[in-house]
Design a protein around this ligand. Structure first.
Ligand code: HEM
Length: 509
C-alpha cells in the first residue's frame, strides 16, 4: 500500500515537473515571438500575416509561381528600403537595395546562414556553404588555396575536353529545327565538376541516366519544398507525414557515391602523386588537395570532413554554371548584334584554328566576359541567399532584432534602375570598365559579396568562357523563345521553367 502510494506520488511529481517545464518553455518561446513581432512592426510588410503561421498560407505551392510572387512583392515595395514576410513563426527581411545589402554583407557580425539552410545539413553536413563561426573560418582558410588561379589553370584541359564532347553532340542538332539545349549543357557542366572536384569521370554526357545525377536533382527539389512549408520543418512531422523517407533514400544514394569516390581516390594517392600507375601525368582534382591539406596545427581533414566539401562542390558547382550558361545562350541567341560581336572577338583570338582554349585566350575574351556578367545580372542563378541577424542592429533606420533572417534577392537588386537604366534590356556593354565606374559595389552580387562570397567564382567564369566560346566558334545560335516566354523558376537555382529552345547553324568562318 505504502509502495503504491509512493509510486503514485512520484508519478504525480514527474507529471507536474513536466507540465511546469512545458509551460515555462512555451511561455519563453511565445514571449520571444511576441517581442520580435512588436520590434519588427514598423518594417513594411505584407498584409494578412496570422500569428504563428505568418504569411505561409499566402505562398504559392508551385516553384515558378512562388518565385514570381516574391518578385511581385519586391516590385510593390520597390520604394521602401526593405520589407518583411513571416514564414510561419520566423520573420524574414527581404533585401533588394544595394545600400541595405551592403549593411548586411559588409560586416563579419552577420555571417551565419539562415535557418532554412538547416535542411541542407543532412546532405552537405556543415561544409563551407552551411557552416558557421570558427569551423567556417578554418575551412575557408584551408580551401581558399585550392581555388588559386594556378590550380584552376590545370582544370582547363578537362573543360576543353568536355566542351568538345558537347560540340559533337550539338553537331547532331544542326539543321534539325528547334531543340531544348538545357540538358545537354547541364550534363557537360556535370562532367566538368565530377572530374575536377573528384577526379572521377562519370560520362554524364553519354550516359544520361546515372542514378547519382537523377538523385542530385531529386534532392534539390525535396529540400526546397520543405523550406517553403513550415509545417514540415519539424523532423518528427516530416518523417511521419512528409517526404522524410524519400529524402533519406536519396541521401543514401548521394552519400554512398561520394563516399566510395573518396575512398577510391585516397587509396590511389601516393606521396609523389604526379605520376599515375601507367606513368601518365595524373590530373589533379579538388579532392586530392582536400586529402592533403592541413590546418594551422597541421591537422588533416577526416574523410567525413572531406565528404562535406565534395558534396558541397557537387551541389554548388554544376547546377549554377549550367543554368547560367543556358540563360546566356538564350540571350545571345536572341540578340544577333551581341552574337556578332562575340564571334568577332573569337575570330580575332582564334582565327581559323580549332585549338583548345588556353589561359592567355581567356584573358582576351573581354566582351564574352561582359556577356556572362550581363546574363548573370538578368538571371542571377542563385536567386536567394540568406543570413541570420546575429545581434540587434539597424538597417536603414529600421530596428532589426537578433534572430531575424534576412534574404537577399539579386534578381530584384539587379533591376534597380538607379544602377542599371532600362534594367530589362540585355546590354553587355554595361560591364565595360568605362561604364562600370562609380557603380555601387553592392548593386551587382550574383556571387554574393564580402567574406562569404562564392569561392568558386573564378572557376565558374572560366568554365562558362570555355563552353560558350566553344559553342560560338562552331555554331550560330537562334533562340526560338521570346524572353517573355521564359518563366524563371527560382528555388535553389534559377532555371527556365520549360528549358532553353534554340536552333543551331554550322558556322562558316
Ligand atoms: C555561375 C555560377 C555560380 C554562382 C552564380 C554562384 C553563386 C554563389 C552565391 C550567391 C554564394 C553565396 C551563397 C550563400 O551565401 O548562401 C555562393 C557560395 C558558394 N559557392 Fe558559388 N556560385 C557559382 C558557382 C560555384 C562553383 C563552380 C563552385 C565550386 C566549384 C561554388 C562553390 C561555392 C561554395 C563552396 C560557396 C560557399 C562559400 C562560403 O560560404 O564560404 N560556386 N555561390
Amino acid at each position: 500500500m505504502a509502495i503504491a502510494f509512493g509510486v503514485y506520488t512520484l508519478g504525480s511529481i514527474t507529471v507536474a515537473v513536466f507540465l511546469s517545464l512545458l509551460t515555462y518553455f512555451t511561455y519563453q518561446l511565445l514571449s520571444r515571438y511576441v517581442h520580435t513581432w512588436n520590434e519588427m512592426k514598423a518594417i513594411p510588410g505584407l498584409e494578412g500575416a496570422y500569428p504563428i503561421l505568418g504569411n505561409a498560407l499566402q505562398f504559392k505551392a508551385n516553384a515558378g509561381d512562388f518565385f514570381c510572387q516574391v518578385i511581385e512583392y519586391t516590385n510593390q515595395f520597390r520604394n521602401e528600403p526593405l520589407m518583411k514576410i513571416w514564414v510561419g513563426p520566423v520573420p524574414f527581411l527581404i533585401l533588394f537595395h544595394a545600400e541595405t545589402i551592403e549593411t548586411l554583407l559588409n560586416t563579419p557580425k552577420h555571417m551565419d546562414k539562415a535557418y532554412v539552410y538547416e535542411f541542407l545539413h543532412p546532405w552537405l553536413g556543415t561544409g563551407l556553404l552551411t557552416s558557421t563561426g570558427d569551423k567556417w573560418r578554418r575551412r575557408r582558410k584551408m580551401l581558399t588555396p585550392t581555388f588559386h588561379f594556378s590550380i584552376l589553370t590545370g582544370f582547363l584541359e578537362v573543360m576543353n575536353e568536355q566542351a568538345k564532347v558537347l560540340i559533337e553532340k550539338l553537331e547532331k542538332q544542326v539543321g534539325k529545327g528547334a531543340f531544348n539545349c538545357f540538358r545537354h549543357i547541364t550534363l557537360c557542366a556535370l562532367d566538368i565538376i565530377c572530374e575536377t572536384a573528384m577526379g572521377k569521370k562519370i560520362y554524364a554526357q553519354s550516359n544520361h541516366d546515372s542514378e547519382y545525377v537523377r538523385t542530385v536533382y531529386k534532392m534539390s527539389d525535396i529540400i526546397t519544398r520543405r523550406q517553403r512549408m513550415p509545417w514540415y520543418w519539424s523532423d518528427f512531422i516530416y518523417y511521419f507525414l512528409g517526404e522524410g523517407r524519400e529524402h533519406n533514400r536519396s541521401l543514401k544514394v548521394l552519400h554512398s557515391f561520394t563516399e566510395s569516390v573518396i575512398h577510391e581516390r585516397a587509396e590511389y594517392i601516393t606521396e609523389s602523386d604526379s605520376e599515375s600507375d601507367q606513368g601518365m601525368k595524373k590530373r589533379r582534382a579538388f579532392l586530392d588537395m582536400l586529402l592533403k591539406t592541413t590546418d594551422e596545427d597541421g591537422n588533416k581533414l577526416t574523410h567525413k570532413d572531406i565528404q562535406e566539401e565534395v558534396d558541397t562542390f557537387m551541389f554548388r558547382g554544376h547546377d549554377t554554371t549550367a543554368a547560367s550558361m543556358n540563360w546566356a545562350i538564350h540571350l545571345i541567341g536572341s540578340h544577333p548584334e551581341v552574337q556578332r560581336k562575340v564571334q568577332q572577338e573569337l575570330q580575332e583570338v582564334f582565327g581559323q584554328s580549332d585549338r583548345p582554349i588556353n589561359t592567355e585566350d581567356l584573358k582576351k575574351l573581354r566582351y564574352l566576359e561582359c556577356v556572362i556578367k550581363e546574363s548573370l545580372r538578368l538571371f542571377p542563378v542563385v536567386p536567394f541567399f540568406a543570413r541570420t541577424i546575429c545581434e540587434d542592429c539597424n538597417i536603414n533606420g529600421f530596428k532589426v532584432p537578433k534572430g531575424a533572417n534576412a534574404i537577399i534577392i539579386p534578381y530584384a537588386l539587379h533591376r534597380d534602375p538607379r544602377y542599371f537604366p532600362n534594367p530589362e534590356e540585355f546590354r553587355p556593354e554595361r560591364f565595360l570598365p568605362e561604364n562600370s565606374e562609380g557603380r555601387h559595389p553592392y548593386a551587382y552580387v550574383p556571387f554574393s559579396a564580402g567574406l562569404r562570397n562564392c569561392i568558386g567564382q573564378r572557376f565558374a567564369v572560366m568554365e562558362e568562357k570555355v563552353v560558350l566560346a566553344s559553342i560560338l566558334r562552331n555554331f550560330n545560335i537562334e533562340a526560338t523563345q521570346k524572353q517573355e516566354d521564359l518563366r524563371p523558376m527560382g528555388e535553389l537555382i534559377l532555371r527556365p521553367e520549360k528549358g532553353i529552345w534554340i536552333k543551331l547553324e554550322k558556322r562558316v568562318c
